[in-house]
Design a protein around this ligand. Structure first.
Ligand SMILES: Nc1ncnc2c1ncn2[C@@H]1O[C@H](COP(=O)(O)OP(=O)(O)OP(=O)(O)O)[C@@H](O)[C@H]1O
Ligand SMILES: [Mg+2]
Length: 301
């Protein structure tokens, strides 16, 4: 008896309603960091600013997240394949039109659209805009995990408790096949040695405990190479491999992988692409998959 199992990707939304705290930078370097470790990764830009897409070098002629959400295009048709980088579903200014939509059903649209492509990826990383509204809710409804970047400065804790309440509401009323866990708060743009950074980091740790999560051990230091990398349309991991920014983001990716692995109760599968694995791709893919009971679906016996 042959049993086929369908195993879905692990989806992570990068969320914080505060602007400029490092969401896009974190989403991009997490997606590329996972890709560089050999995982099959899709990045989705849910922000009408489109910064994630422009760093990737998105083709403006291609359809993107807006066309999926507003025109019923399939996610498969919107994928732009990366060469030496993760795949992309782009975001653009038209997403603002979708953001204006309201209603309960609107919140599930990204979740439903992604289902057919989830078996093709190990990770889907979603960048979100600086507001917890329709676009961010769609991202979280589609996700297993949330990561919250926070810059240790005044006012950065404002909104964390409120964000936790939004996450709670999704845990209660969202889709039943995923539980949406906060993986942690990531301190970004950290200026070591400054009193403000130290004090705020302590306060954020207290808030993290209060909302039942933790602060990642690795902080992302303020680092010029991160800004330069974005101007060069690259991840800092590719732009300057030995910079503080690259070192910090690599360590962060390792922490994320360890957490997800623990949460899955073991190894994370790796989808092998036909390009990489040659003729035996499908057999290797099946062998590489780890069967996770809560996600298995018997298709044939
Ligand atoms: N560790 C860092 N060191 C130096 N500059 C950084 C760092 N992290 C982010 N930046 C810079 O800070 C700015 C804001 O970062 P980013 O765009 O990632 O924030 P964001 O939360 O996505 O913003 P928004 O809410 O507007 O989407 C960018 O110019 C980025 O290059
Ligand atoms: Mg952003």
């Amino acid at each position: 008896m042959i049993k086929w199992v369908k195993i879905l990707s692990k989806n992570i939304s990068i969320v914080n309603e505060k602007g400029g705290c490092g969401k896009t930078t974190t989403a991009y370097n997490l997606a590329q960091g996972l890709y560089l470790q050999g995982y099959k990764v899709l990045g989705i830009d849910m922000d009408s600013q489109g910064n994630f897409s422009s760093t990737w070098g998105s083709n403006p002629e291609c359809i993107g997240a807006f066309d999926i959400l507003m025109h019923g295009e399939t996610a498969k048709d919107a994928i732009q394949e990366g060469e030496g980088k993760f795949d992309l579903i782009s975001g653009d200014r038209f997403l603002k039109d979708f953001a204006a939509k309201t209603g309960f059903d609107v919140n599930f649209m990204l979740h439903d659209a992604l289902l057919p492509i989830e078996p093709e990826y190990d990770f889907i990383i979603i960048d979100t805009p600086p507001a917890v509204a329709t676009l961010t809710t769609n991202a979280m409804m589609s996700s297993h995990y949330v990561i919250i970047p926070a810059a240790p400065e005044s006012y950065s804790v404002d909104g964390l408790v409120q964000l936790n309440e939004s996450i709670h509401a999704i845990q209660l009323h969202g889709v039943s096949d995923r539980k949406l866990r906060i993986l942690g708060i990531l301190l970004t743009r950290y200026r070591k040695g400054t009193r403000l950074a130290g004090d705020m980091a302590e306060i954020i740790k207290v808030v993290a405990e209060k909302i039942g999560t933790r602060v990642f051990e690795r902080v992302i230091r303020e680092n010029m190479a991160i800004k330069e990398a974005q101007a060069a349309k690259k991840s800092v991991l590719d732009y300057q491999k030995y910079s503080n920014g690259a070192t910090d983001y690599r360590a962060f990716v390792t922490e994320v992988l360890a957490d997800v692995r623990e949460d899955c109760g073991g190894q994370i599968r790796k989808v092998k692409t036909k390009k990489k694995a040659g003729e035996d791709a499908e057999a290797e893919e099946a062998a590489a998959r780890v069967i996770q009971p809560e996600q298995t679906e018997e298709v044939n016996d």
